[in-house]
Design a protein around this ligand. Structure first.
Ligand SMILES: [Zn+2]
Length: 375
């Protein structure tokens, strides 16, 4: 049985280019659209992760031995960018124009623990959630609260989707998973670290402030597109969490984003969240990567409205042409900040410090995360 025979929606849609058009239909039938290109941005995200690998591999200790003994094959790094789709005309003036403007920012969190979430499960006395047994990995209470928020938003719409076996699909399942022995393997994924980072209030303030600085004329925010490059395809539960974020208008990411946008005088109501993911290879519990090699790019236009069902688009880097796009452009990569959950033999400070060195001294003084502006 698959989604075709059950009539339910798949948890993601495979596309070739990730190029997507969002059509925002206003209550007064006024339409505004935004076409967001995918392959070049994802090539950059891919190159940034590779750059981070190079930094990680080149770090040597006092005896000239590699600092990081864990092989890259056993890690999964991911990085992301957030694109804001906005208009610059106040609603009172009526006409928005036909096309929404765009600003893209890469995630960048110098000096923040989100670069690696090492202490989430090594400092067990500080971080272990009450009532959770002392198994191999401890728990971070605030991470779990935000995870529950994302997943609860998904549970509300789960009946619409075709859910593969072994999925966490109810609050009770999630509770069992959090106190279970394989919680770390099930949920401490780099993609979850990205979601956790995005949900942080300081992050949201920094993003909206960056938008306000780059586009002081922005008055109306229509939505955001989250682009994620991850080495391995998203697992079911990360798909669910992202679908949950797309339904977080009442509580969680979109709700908080709307509130922070308001601080900068940017109006927003029922924000759209598009999600596009590219991956290099399959994960142990994901479908094979060939599933992403779709010959055509159908269904690119997404009508956005309160009743529409958001989707997650996924592509393989082969069909995106990522490697060809980045040929000769490696020198453009000056820095990368990514999120990852790492094993306990990971020395967090070394990599973070090294990544931080690529920041300008002025940037390093800032407490809040900075976004790297993509022009
Ligand atoms: Zn996952």
């Amino acid at each position: 049985m698959n989604s075709r025979t059950t009539g339910k929606l798949p948890i993601f849609t495979a596309t070739k280019s990730l190029k997507s058009t969002y059509l925002f239909a206003d209550k007064d039938e006024e339409k505004i659209s935004a076409t967001v290109s995918g392959s070049a941005l994802h090539a950059m995200l891919h190159a940034k992760v590779n750059w981070m690998f190079d930094v990680r591999t080149s770090l040597l200790d006092k005896e000239n031995l590699p600092v990081y003994k864990t092989s890259l094959a056993s890690l999964n790094f991911a990085t992301a960018a957030l694109t804001f789709l906005y208009s610059d005309t106040p609603k009172e003036e009526g006409y928005f124009g036909d096309t929404a403007s765009q600003q893209t920012f890469y995630i960048k969190a110098p000096g923040l623990a989100i670069v690696s979430s090492y202490d989430f499960y090594t400092d067990q006395y500080k971080y272990r959630q009450n009532g959770v047994e002392n198994c191999r990995n401890a728990r971070d209470h605030s991470f779990n609260l935000m995870l529950e928020e994302r997943m609860n938003a998904f549970f509300g719409v789960a009946h619409r989707y075709f859910l593969p076996d072994g999925s966490v699909t109810t609050p009770k399942n999630l509770e069992e998973s959090i106190s279970g022995k394989i919680f770390h393997e099930t949920f401490h994924h780099s993609e979850q670290a990205i979601m956790h980072y995005l949900n942080d209030l300081d992050t949201l303030l920094a993003f909206t402030e960056a938008l306000h600085k780059a586009a002081p004329e922005a008055t109306q925010l229509h939505g955001v597109v989250l682009d994620v490059f991850t080495q391995r395809m998203l697992c079911h539960n990360c798909n669910y969490s992202l679908i949950g974020m797309q339904h977080s208008h009442e509580k969680g990411f979109l709700n908080a984003l709307g509130t922070t946008a308001n601080i900068f005088g940017i109006d927003s109501s029922h924000l759209m969240m598009g999600v596009r993911v590219s991956a290099e290879r399959a994960a142990s519990h994901s479908p094979p990567i060939d599933i992403l090699d779709e010959p055509t790019d159908t269904g690119q236009v997404h009508l956005v409205g309160e009743k529409t069902v958001p989707s997650i688009l996924q592509a393989g880097i082969k069909s995106l042409g990522t490697k060809e796009l980045m040929e000769g452009r490696q020198s453009d990569i000056t820095s990368c900040h990514a999120t990852l959950f790492s094993s306990s033999d990971f020395s967090r400070k070394m990599l973070e410090n090294q990544l931080g060195k690529s920041m300008s001294p002025e940037s390093n003084k800032r407490k809040r995360p900075l976004m790297e502006h993509n022009r």
